[in-house]
Design a protein. Sequence first.
Length: 529
Amino acid sequence: MTQSRPRRRSHLGALVTAGGLLAAPLAARAGGLVLPGNGPVSTGRAGAAVASVDDPSAIATNPAGLAAIRGTMIHIGLALIDYHLTVDRAGTYDDVPDRTDPWEGQPYAPVSDTSTPAIGLGSYQIVPVISVASDLGGKVKGLTVAAGVYAPNAYPTRSMGADYVLEDPAVAPPPTRYDIVEQKAAVVLPSVAVAYRVNPQIDLGARFSAGFANVEATTYVWGLDNFEEWTGRDSRFHVETKDNFIPAFGLGARYRPAPSFELGAAWSSAINVGARGVGSAQSGSGNQFNNIPVTVVAIPDERAACAKGGTAEALKACVDFALPMQATIGGRWIQRDDLGRQTLDIELDAAWERWSAASDYDIRIDGFAQVTPGIGFDLQPTVIRHQFKDTYAVRLGGSWQRDVGPGRLTLRAGTGYDTKAAETNWERADIDGAARFTVAAGASYRLDRWRFDLGGGAVIEPSREQGTLCNSQPAPAPADPNCAGGTNTTGPDPVQPLKDPTGQTQSPFAAGTLESGYAMILLGASTWF
């Protein structure tokens, strides 16, 4: 980083570096902390909707809100989300002994996300809420059922130096390559829900989701002796995994103690993903043992911890991660006209997300770093740490309604603040852990059989300076007092898959400046009969 690092020339170091072929930090958790709201109505209020949502998008926000639906209602809502991220890593490229790379000693250049989502419009990710809800013609008084599909409001893709070719002699390697290079991820939740109006004051609801996830990611790793971050001892790893069944649950309630006041509460279980698939590796030229290239082969089936049947070209890969348990509570004041129709409402919500229990990625690659047949090391389980803590949010939103022409116009707006998930010096490019302010606004126009929704918003995240310029060096060099090592690390380190996750060498790569934020476009349409 800020000074050159001598190269450790040991057999174990070479093998450990070779083991770095096969562990990858996979940001598969929708790419970052979940933004407030689901669909154009609740997102247009900056998420302040747990007490007010009363259309089929309630299947994602608060299933108790479905009890307000009479007849059958179909809703299609889209949030188009664009994420901008720039990482300006602190420090300089180290000198590598016996090499004269032109970037040695030069400051790291800023790297920005240039991803274009597969399901999107340009750089905007499309996040849907599609649902049908019905009271079944009143056959069971007070009962409403619904079915649909939704995804968390988030931006799951990254592309940061993805066009870099390993060991390109004319191009400096991306400074963020040990964090994330490229990823495409999706968590989608097909769901069914039921709501019941117990009496005119109380609605209850429940949701069951049978979700699925797909993850494709690329990153770089290194072993114990790559202190200079020489690309010849890097390894580029690509993984493709999926989980075809992810159970999740939600509960909700609404209570109306008076016509002008309403309370709402919703709880969602954690979404635990166990993705399974295959990975492949490209090794740098410096991964050698006594001038013999180290190769990575599939582990024998009797020692497989992920799955049997792997090959050198398709190593079995298992990735476990989670989206956190969430809870929201709120209340709103309502103004009505002489016909009892709502003309104005103001809602205040508080939310909690249990990120402390969804902080790390657990990765298992069934691979063997082989020097000669049967001689080498099994790759160890890898834990990608994010040092997350629980987050808390406050959201304020409301709406105004009036008859305009042949229909009824609704204007809405909201703002909110979410605390940061990542502890000091632990923010990364692979998942967004920043504090944020959300501002949003929207409008709906309701006709006899149709409602159309339009809105937009922004998520503002302040510029952050973070990290410690710990410059690890092998013995006998004097220890850098900023480098604690082991479990006392001061920031994320490159993956070192032949070491126990609690004892990896410290060499933080996340020191520097982060600039990020989101823009949102909200669209929707509903019909009923």
